[in-house]
Design a binder for this molecule. Structure first.
Ligand SMILES: Cc1cc2nc3c(=O)[nH]c(=O)nc-3n(C[C@H](O)[C@H](O)[C@H](O)COP(=O)(O)OP(=O)(O)OC[C@H]3O[C@@H](n4cnc5c(N)ncnc54)[C@H](O)[C@@H]3O)c2cc1C
Length: 206
């Protein structure tokens, strides 16, 4: 039997309805994906979300955010889990674990990479280095690409290439009102400006 720590007035049926609408998985307390999502780099942080949504695409982020808004429960977004104060994990709410988004496409002609928000710098560099390309990522390989880029991103190559956020050209973002927007120089420039160093949580970057 699954034991669920219910947030606010959530019922099991409501959570199962959300679960059925997801492309990715939903993990309850005690399950492997739950423990893996709530454990973050700072081992002093011990929080227990009601459940974890393992995001497999922007649609899952939309569903989880809409659910949290509808039921008034907290939602935190977990990337690489290195924010030292533990912003990636909440108590009694939903953790949206982005680490299912771990694909990258490299454009060799333009020296660009489009990567899923769940990748770490180590994972991304392993792919780009095979093509003889480096990223202006941070020094610690398990730090999340998305979380650190939104917070700035200081790395060993910053003297030559700038911060990670200086190199961010565009991002797909699921906003709190459930829209998927493309923040880029062509569309939604202000959102791009905000996520280039302004920190996470202007929306869920996928
Ligand atoms: C051991 C260690 C080494 C570090 N080394 C460096 C370094 O060399 N250079 C450097 O610049 N920084 C470094 N940092 C700091 C690190 O870059 C920041 O803590 C960064 O916020 C971590 O991002 P994350 O995705 O790993 O963490 P998380 O805790 O998962 O995320 C950080 C914040 O971003 C939010 N977030 C994450 N993903 C998303 C998303 N997809 N959409 C919206 N919001 C999101 C989270 O909710 C949280 O608020 C280091 C930290 C540690 C603990």
């Amino acid at each position: 039997m699954k034991v669920i720590r219910l947030a606010a007035a959530l019922t099991r049926m409501e959570i199962e309805t959300l679960e059925r609408s997801l492309e990715g998985e939903l993990f309850y307390p005690g399950e492997g994906g739950y423990e893996r999502a709530r454990a973050i780099f700072n081992g002093m942080i011990e929080r227990h979300p009601a459940f974890v949504v393992r995001c497999a695409g922007p649609g899952d982020a939309m569903q989880a955010i809409a659910f949290a808004c509808r039921h008034g429960v907290p939602l935190s977004i977990r990337g690489g889990g290195h924010a030292i104060a533990g912003a990636a994990v909440c108590d009694d709410g939903i953790v949206l674990d982005m680490r299912g988004l771990d694909n990258a496409e490299i454009d060799l002609d333009r020296h660009r990479v489009r990567c899923g928000a769940g990748m770490s710098w180590g994972e991304l560099n392993n792919l780009t280095l095979k093509e003889g390309l480096v990223t202006p990522g941070v020094a610690f390989s398990s730090v999340g690409v998305a979380g650190s880029t939104m917070g700035g991103g200081l790395g060993p190559l910053m003297g030559k290439f700038g911060l990670s956020c200086d190199n961010l050209l565009a991002a797909e973002v699921v906003t709190s009102d459930g829209e998927i927007v493309n923040a880029s120089l062509e569309e939604d420039r202000e959102l791009l400006w905000a996520i280039r160093g302004g920190g996470g949580n202007f929306g869920a970057v996928t």
